[in-house]
Design a protein. Sequence first.
Length: 268
Amino acid sequence: MSEHVKRPGAVQLFTERTPRVAAARQLTKRAGRERAGRFLAEGAQAVREALRFGQVYEVFVTETAAARNSELVDEARTAGIPVSTVTDRAADGLSETVTPQGIVAVCELLDVSLDEALAEPKLVAVLVGVSDPGNAGTVTRVADAAGASAVIFAGDTVDPHNGKCVRASTGSVFHLPLARSRSTTAVFDACRKAGLRLVAADGHAKTDLTQVDLSRPTAWVFGSEAHGLDPEVLEAVDDVVNVPIFGKAESLNLATAAAVCLYAGHLR
């Protein structure tokens, strides 16, 4: 079978068997991203932000998506970025969603060193053990909106280049420095060296965030929605606070709690 589909009078379509498509499909897995040093940004919003703020190597798009997003296709081509038209089946193989949008950009990995991410610290979000990519992406979006200077993925936390994380960030992964470290201790040491005060959000804390000093540059530490932060992490930070609940709700989800915390310093 030919690796390309060619209909009379139509553009050449790459299939799932085309080597470049097959190589890009490997980027849906963390190991493939690490080997290649690249990741996929899927959907019109993510591709738009990638073209404006990231390093894009190629754009794959279906005929339908190309017609719907002609300005993005033109922007990529004007920038000298290859735009490859693919079959719907090939686009499905590059997607991690139930309903693919048909447009995907191959981008350079975004993470930087801790020192680079903390070069000008003022407000930082630190995710520790957050395994849900949707939560991680949404917190990244919130951090971006709150004017954070970096987001750090510490310990056994999801890859920020995970497709669901990138989509949930709605492009914010391209807007501020991201750093990763398997060592939470190394992250905390780097934050303190950069002059940041470490404040952890924990629903069981006896102190609420209205009682903590947020006038200094702050690194907010957030844990997983399901399990929170381990005791050793809570012992390693400078303050542990809760977001007060004034109504009858049992709790707040991670993204909502993160939004309240990250905006708290601005609203005093």
